[in-house]
Design a protein around this ligand. Sequence first.
Ligand SMILES: NC(=O)c1ccc[n+]([C@@H]2O[C@H](COP(=O)([O-])OP(=O)(O)OC[C@H]3O[C@@H](n4cnc5c(N)ncnc54)[C@H](O)[C@@H]3O)[C@@H](O)[C@H]2O)c1
Length: 354
Amino acid sequence: MSRVKVLKLDTGGRRRGGNYDRGRALVAGGAGFLGSHLCERLLSDGHEVIALDNFHTGKGYNLAGIARDGSFTCIRHDIIDALPTDLAVDEIYNLACPASPPHYQADPIHTFKTSVLGSINLLELARRHNAKIFQASTSEVYGDPLVHPQPEGYFGNVNTHGPRSCYDEGKRSAETLFFDYSRTYGIDVRVARIFNTYGPRMQPDDGRVVSNFIVQALRGDDITVYGSGSQTRSFCFVDDLIEGFVRLMNAAVPPQHPVNLGNPVEFTIMELAESVIDYTNSRSRIVHRPLPVDDPRQRKPDISFARQHLGWEPKVALSEGLAHPTSYFDALLGGRRFVAPRAVQASSAREATA
Ligand SMILES: NC(=O)c1ccc[n+]([C@@H]2O[C@H](COP(=O)([O-])OP(=O)(O)OC[C@H]3O[C@@H](n4cnc5c(N)ncnc54)[C@H](O)[C@@H]3O)[C@@H](O)[C@H]2O)c1
């Protein structure tokens, strides 16, 4: 029996004359950080959008800006449970999965089921309705990589039984399922391997490095760097990533393998901490804590495929992009700690109070 509960089917909002020339898109994980930005983008592109979320890490306020749009519906549902068969859609984006270590490690078996059972349920829905389906995979499939930068052809170096494995191996299994459904049933699948992405609507306490550092800097707390801080990451601004999602979904020929999406400019974690302190003009000090188990030492996407076949590459530099989550978190924390450039202030304050 379906446990779907419709949270909102708005009647008072603006409806685009019922003419959804871009079709109906389902966004699983639509109330999350990336999912809410994707829902907005799809609505503005002319889609009817259904967000599906169990609200584990997603928030209703992430959807406040589109809640009254007549082309938008939000359904509370856990994707590990069977989906209603009559949910007819043209495109499915599967973003449903907690993405930060404290959240995905809190219930590792549920995380693994989300990637495996959830993917099967959504793939079956795609099969039933002949819909295109997109999977939000991750750079974590490369584990602690021995090849640098990471091209899509690299198979990774992943621990199968550590505390991060529920996420890393779950996402690897999901990739397997997507391409097996494609080969077996001819389903049109698109798989993106996402590298660290940041922007407004990250949660202030979810343990991701960019949000951690900004919130600590704004509060004047110590900035906690795990290990020496010489490990590297690359950081993509959310708008760039969402553009990559849409280009991958709309590519005329579906790539027969996962596609890296991320910013190839590499920073050490110490460089990020120092940039955030400088940017926020914070009095925070940097303190070091032990490195978590299986923390990758380096991360940098090889995006040659996306550049060549999707015409995609990130446009927003970290120095520019940091303004948006900083203003967002500043407003969330009550404001007045940080003075952002005027244009950024206006848009980010709207986000945080929405
Ligand atoms: N943000 C990043 O840097 C990044 C990097 C790599 C991969 N990803 C992937 O992108 C996707 C979105 O990440 P995010 O950063 O927006 O994280 P997020 O935690 O903000 O969003 C995940 C959303 O999925 C929902 N969800 C979780 N389990 C669910 C379930 N079983 N059924 C229904 N909904 C469920 C959550 O409530 C939340 O709204 C995830 O799949 C994540 O693995 C994100």
